[in-house]
Design a protein around this ligand. Structure first.
Ligand code: DC
Length: 228
């Protein structure tokens, strides 16, 4: 499948807890671009499979679920996200650590990745798109105008995830979270299909010790460079 769309895309890939989602949202807002949270599609696939009694090891069954996903991304008045799956509000469930682990499990299935490809590319609409995930720059939007690989130390990523979940009222221990992040990093990086790795033409951005504003401004500076 080729990419013929000329609408500009900025890809932000990186490991769990690197801050991709937050930075992607800020950058999209600043530029007035659309946003693709590709991880949510894998999370919704895992969640939908579970709700339909399909085992996450059943490659064909899960791929069929991915193809037929009935989802809607919406936002509340305060700008926070709202996600619907087959008419059910699954906003909280989607962000659970167990859903993230399920997403990482189904993400190794090539037929699932293929099933989600067109759905992801359909987000490329004017005036532009910011796409975050693991393989945005290497697979889904190979001709993106700007590719970023966002990293942070493992300790900092676990700490950020911990705070994020706590703020959402979901309690989980930091030690368990660190183990979970390590497992997920390993599975995402070692899988044979679309592993987590920077695109050769990606800019690496280490956000350890940097504020959201600083990282956002670095990205916006790179975007400005594209057009200067
Ligand atoms: O970014 P996230 O935590 O919402 O992603 C959940 C899982 O989905 C992640 O562990 C791996 C998988 N994923 C993927 O394989 N490819 C993507 N582009 C996005 C997420």
């Amino acid at each position: 499948m080729t990419e013929t769309n000329t609408v500009p895309v900025i890809t932000i890939d990186g490991p769990s807890g690197s801050g991709k989602g937050t930075i992607a949202r800020r950058v999209a807002e600043a530029l007035g671009y659309h946003l693709l949270d590709s991880g949510a599609l894998y999370r919704l696939t895992a969640l939908s499979a579970e709700k339909n009694g399909i085992s996450l090891d059943d490659a064909e069954g899960v791929a069929a679920i991915a193809l037929g996903l009935d989802i809607e991304f919406d936002s509340n008045e305060d700008g926070s996200e709202r996600i619907w799956l087959s008419g059910e509000d699954v906003t909280q469930e989607v962000r659970k650590e167990s859903t993230g682990a399920g997403a990482s499990t189904v993400a190794v299935i090539p037929a699932v990745r293929a099933a989600l490809l067109q759905r992801q590319r359909a987000f490329q609409m004017a005036p532009g798109l910011v796409a975050d995930g693991r393989d945005m720059g290497t697979q889904v939007f190979r001709s993106a105008a700007l590719k970023i690989f966002l990293t942070a130390s493992a300790e900092e990523r676990a700490g950020r995830r911990h705070k994020q979940l706590k703020d959402k009222g979901m309690g989980v221990s930091l030690a368990a979270l660190s183990r979970d992040i390590e497992d997920r990093d390993r599975r995402d990086s070692e899988r044979s299909v679309a592993p987590l790795t920077p695109a050769p033409d990606a800019r690496i951005l280490d956000s350890s010790g940097q504020s959201i504003e600083t990282v956002t401004n670095t990205v916006l500076g790179w975007v400005a460079d594209l057009y200067s």
